[in-house]
Design a protein around this ligand. Structure first.
Ligand code: AMP
Ligand code: MG
Length: 476
């Protein structure tokens, strides 16, 4: 007999029944491996009985259960665009289990698009190729850009047709996450006034993500503050790289502080604070510049659930009032470094604001404008430079650090490559017609977003007017 050492340890499945529903992923008609993240599999210590492409395709389409896995759909609620749904849940996802990595952290493995669950309502629980490749590209790019995020382990074509507005090729995505606990998980039990379940959930979240809170005087208050801190830092990172999540519903807001659920997510090309890509965000609720405030709104919803655990309202209100300062500090710290300021000064925030206004007024590309700065440190002043550039150069050069060192550090925080919306769309279009070349090129280049990569300069470029992506879609 072969030894099965996948080493699943499914702690969430051991929580009471009302937390989840057992599911059986659908077998795919003709599973074919599209992408396999071997370095990630090694990093998390995933050991498989067999690793040939056909076996991987069967495992990561849900066609054959991984030894030790125990697929479940999680129950959660959530505010979607401000309106509360007391029951959402995993309608097209199956948590297949958890493994403890060699580094000692616990991670979830989840299949997305492997078929209907009791939470699917009218949906088919499937996914087409587009959202699978999108999440693969975006989540791996975010990781390399230094942003906490769920990761992409595998993408598998099912060989089936999924019907959206048109018939499309079906696929399954496998992600790795620190957990799938969301603000919406807490809201699910709060909405039911199920204090006991809420306590089980909060204790679970603490043990899994914030064990230091166990020793705190008030563990649930500490839990709240820790989640808030991670969210503030996360959103500051999004803002610093021009990332727009697009669906910051409370069910897409992870307790771990990871970016989760890449639906219509997109990156800024030209800088515009009010930028919206998502086709369903007609009011601009989740516009680029609204993200920090929405983060606080979501945390307020989280705080409300903790009232049931007798955390005093004044305590939660006082904690929440610290959010703007936490966010602002994290953001300014990142923006200073992007501008080459490594010795903080009192007027830096004004300079950052002026620089961003300059980008916005001139419709300049966010990513490339920052990237170009390191090469402009040595330039002489003069009339061809905007006033803010002259001021910026003086400020940066007044530091004690040598200019070459400043330039080197700037290039390590200002990426050359981001997953440009038009390149992501192009990769999907080609993949649908069977050509995975552009997808593979993107994956390869985005693994090193800060380095120049000869032959791939075109992937760094901003879109020409006719290449511009105007709208992105959830893809459900
Ligand atoms: P999301 O857009 O991933 O945040 O999903 C919002 C809710 O809709 C979740 O409860 C999903 O499980 C559900 N959902 C999204 N797409 C589908 C689908 N194709 N079939 C069934 N449920 C879905
Ligand atoms: Mg979601």
């Amino acid at each position: 007999m072969r030894t099965m050492n996948t080493a699943f340890d499914n702690s969430y499945a051991r929580l009471p029944e009302k937390f989840h529903v057992p599911v059986v992923p659908d077998a795919a008609a003709a599973p074919a491996l599209l992408a396999w993240n071997r370095p990630l599999a090694e990093e998390i210590g995933l050991r498989l009985p067999q690793e040939d492409e056909q076996t991987l395709a069967r495992y990561f389409s849900g066609s054959e259960p991984l030894p030790g896995s125990q697929p479940i759909a999680l129950a959660y609620a959530g505010h979607q665009f401000g309106g509360f749904s007391p029951q959402l849940g995993d309608g097209r996802a199956a948590l297949i289990g958890e493994i403890v990595t060699p580094g000692g952290s616990r991670v979830d493995l989840q299949l997305k698009g492997s078929g209907a669950t009791p939470f699917s309502r009218g949906g088919d629980g499937k996914s087409w190729l587009g959202p699978v490749l999108r999440e693969y590209i975006l989540s791996e790019a975010m990781h390399r850009l230094g942003v906490p995020t769920t990761r992409a382990l595998a993408a598998v074509a099912t060989g089936e047709t999924v019907y959206r507005e048109t018939p499309l090729p079906g696929a399954v995505f496998t992600r790795v996450a620190a957990s799938h606990l969301r603000i919406g998980s807490f809201q699910y039990f709060a909405a039911r006034r199920d204090v006991e379940a809420l306590r089980v959930l909060a204790d679970y979240a603490i043990r899994r993500h914030y064990p230091e809170a166990l020793d705190a005087e008030s563990p649930y208050e500490t839990l709240f503050k820790q989640v808030m801190k991670r969210q503030a830092e996360l959103i500051a990172r999004w803002m610093s790289i021009g990332f727009i999540h697009g669906v910051m519903n409370t069910d897409n807001s992870a307790i771990s502080g990871e970016t989760i659920d890449y639906g219509p997510a997109a990156f800024l090309d030209e800088f515009s604070a009010g930028k919206v890509f998502s086709s369903i965000d007609s009011q601009g609720r989740y516009a680029y510049g609204n993200q920090p405030a929405i983060g606080q709104w979501n945390l307020a919803r989280f705080a409300e659930t903790l009232l049931h655990l007798e955390v005093p309202v004044e305590v939660l209100e006082a904690a929440l009032s610290e959010y703007p300062r936490l966010y602002q500090t994290a953001w300014l710290d990142l923006m200073r470094r992007k501008l080459g300021i490594f010795e903080a000064g009192p007027d830096d925030e004004t300079l950052v604001d002026q620089w961003l206004s300059h980008l916005e007024a001139n419709e300049l590309d966010y990513t490339l404008s920052f990237r170009a700065l390191s090469g402009q440190l040595e330039a002489a002043g003069g009339p061809r430079f905007a006033e803010v550039e002259v001021r910026w150069r003086e400020r940066v050069r007044a530091q004690t650090l040598p200019v070459e060192e400043i330039a080197r550090r700037m290039d390590a925080v200002n990426p050359l490559f981001i997953p440009r919306n038009h390149r992501v769309e192009e990769a999907i279009e080609h993949a649908v017609s069977g050509d995975y070349g552009p997808f593979e090129a993107l994956i390869r280049v985005l693994a090193g977003p800060f380095a120049t990569q000869p032959g791939y300069e075109y992937l760094a470029e901003a879109p020409e007017p006719h290449q511009r992506v105007q709208r992105t879609f959830c893809g459900t």
